[in-house]
Design a protein around this ligand. Sequence first.
Ligand SMILES: *Cc1c(COP(=O)(O)O)cnc(C)c1O
Length: 410
Amino acid sequence: MTATYGEIDPPQRLLMGPGPVNAHPRVLRAMSADLLGQFDPEMTAYMNEVMALYRPVFGTQNRWTFLVDGTARAGIEAALVSMVAPGDTVLVANFGRFGLLLTEILGRIGARIETVDAPWGEVVPLGAIADAIARTGPKLVATVHGDTSTTMAQPLDGLGRLCADAGALSYVDATATIGGMEIAADRWGVDIVTGGLQKCLGGPSGSAPITISDRAAAHIQRRKHVEQGIRRDDIDDGEGVRIGSNYFDLAMIMDYWSEKRLNHHTEATTMLYGARECARLMLEEGLEARYLRHRRAGAAMTAGLRALGLPVFGDDRYRMPNVTAASIPDGIDGETVRRRMREDFEIEIGTAFGRLAGKMWRFGAMGYNARKHKVLLTLGALEAVLRAEGYSCLVGEAVPAALAAWEAAP
Ligand SMILES: *Cc1c(COP(=O)(O)O)cnc(C)c1O
């Protein structure tokens, strides 16, 4: 049978949910460039450029700053499986669904998991993390920077110091915030930070930027020569246990990204082109300008939603600028509104998870979509759909409120 499916020709949707978002056209163009062999000098030069480009993106001087091939979760899993051995105690500062993901992955590794939790819509106070470290004596403290499930951003200044003073390594999942809020790996003093492209970096999913401190790299490399099935007690505790994954073995991946170029996987050339362009776009715009653009978009979205009479979820002091959750009004069916936004306006907005499912929508304004007109179009469309569904609100208030908030955002 001959193939009868047509050429890929997706509708032009405006993706204003919690991710993925529309990729910047320059990223898509970079991804259509020709392929290279993985040890071609042009290719390895691009790999070195990617390492250099992502250091400022992560706010770090770390030598080990590169890409893990796979979606953001690949970066998370690589970091955890490479740092943590079965039986190690790990403290997770948990304030949403992605904190739960960390515990899920750590459970498979066989870690002893301790958590310090905040209710959804709040963050974990640093003092509570300090107390939990003192109580549990963890090898690693793991948390999330921005949790898209709750829209909260955990303050991280001082976290690395707390961990280092207690002899613990530290890990942060910054997938939701990288490219939209400041990532300061060095100032935070956090050992490993990972991200993804499909949110504020404005690329497609499929590549996970990572940065690793020298201290964490040394810890991981000490696990490299341990043989399978043998626990070497002459090597300090967890370091005497072989890393429980081949694909996510960061020691091997570091050898691949080093001058040694030891073969591991085949670098995902097309994703690397895309990741490189994401970082170039960000540095060209300027970090401060980029963060301001996301703050403006978040302030505008928030003001517009409030002008529609929709309560916005979570503690305002800690809300991420790039994802905003608002309540579905009584008597309105959230899924019908999402369908009409998609069918009538080609705009995608998000649902919510867990205890917020069915009660909230989530609105993203990230990367290429953190732009004034896209926020205004979304709010205008939402007002029209809500009114068509019988919701009563002041007509024409949302867009001007959003415009004013865009201009006023600090
Ligand atoms: C979106 C998101 C992820 C997504 O991971 P993928 O594997 O790329 O789907 C992970 N962590 C956080 C905090 C996120 O917001």
